[in-house]
Write a protein that binds this ligand. Structure first.
Ligand SMILES: [Zn+2]
Length: 220
């Protein structure tokens, strides 16, 4: 797996501080499981944070970050998985280990719901009161999500296949980190399609009238 697109520094910092909304933390934890580069960055940030706060007893950071606890061993051994953990944080069925209890352990056996021709999703329930949305999104080969902008942030992790939009080509393990001002039209790989994990703050801002009309039914 060659990862070309990593989440932005502010996302890693927010993750390290344990202050990230649940939906986004799930995408970050899944990516970090797949990405030795971000694992190492996270450990460094965490250690710097602990150092900075060490004069304030007790440290507000030490030992309180589940993502850190999950991945410190891998980072400190140069990316080797801790005993019993897969090296890329995925099950044999391609599911991020942290999502197994919510979505099962195989991408092929997810209870997909049809959103539009060639587009299926599986919403993942968040804790009561948690902000934003988290969903698995499956796009058939060559299919596109209608052009849209965003009301808030969106973090997308590719779990299988690839997609392309105005900002680049995203393959397995890559994260697309989009903000308010981004307008794009993701198109799935023409042969294999793609499966992604998507966290979004709010609903999309579709450009076409048809997509807007169907938005109440799709929930996107
Ligand atoms: Zn990374």
């Amino acid at each position: 797996m060659t990862i070309a697109h990593h989440p932005g520094l502010e996302n890693l910092m927010s993750c390290s501080a344990g202050s990230m909304p649940e939906a986004f933390a799930a995408v970050m934890a899944s990516h970090i499981g797949m990405c030795p580069v971000c694992r190492m960055e996270l450990v460094l940030m965490h250690d710097i944070g602990v150092e900075l706060f060490s004069s304030l007893a007790p440290s507000p950071l030490a030992g309180k970050i589940p993502i850190m606890a999950m991945h410190r061993a891998e980072a400190e051994t140069g990316g080797n998985a801790a005993p019993g953990r897969s090296p890329d944080g995925l099950t044999a069925g391609g599911m991020p280990v942290i999502l197994v209890q919510y979505a099962g352990d195989e991408l092929d056996k997810v209870a997909w719901r049809r959103l539009a021709p060639g587009v299926q999703h599986f919403p993942i329930a968040l804790s009561a009161g948690a902000k934003g949305n988290l969903r698995l999104l499956k796009i058939a080969a060559g299919r596109a999500i209608p052009a849209h902008g965003h009301r808030g942030s969106e973090l997308t992790l590719v779990l299988r296949g690839s997609f392309r939009d105005e900002t680049g080509l995203y393959g397995v393990g890559d994260v697309a980190d989009h903000f308010d001002e981004t307008e794009h039209q993701p198109v799935a790989d023409p042969e294999g399609g793609c499966v992604c994990l998507v966290a979004s703050e709010k609903k999309f801002r579709f450009k076409s009238v048809v997509a807007k009309l169907f938005q109440p039914f799709t929930g996107l």
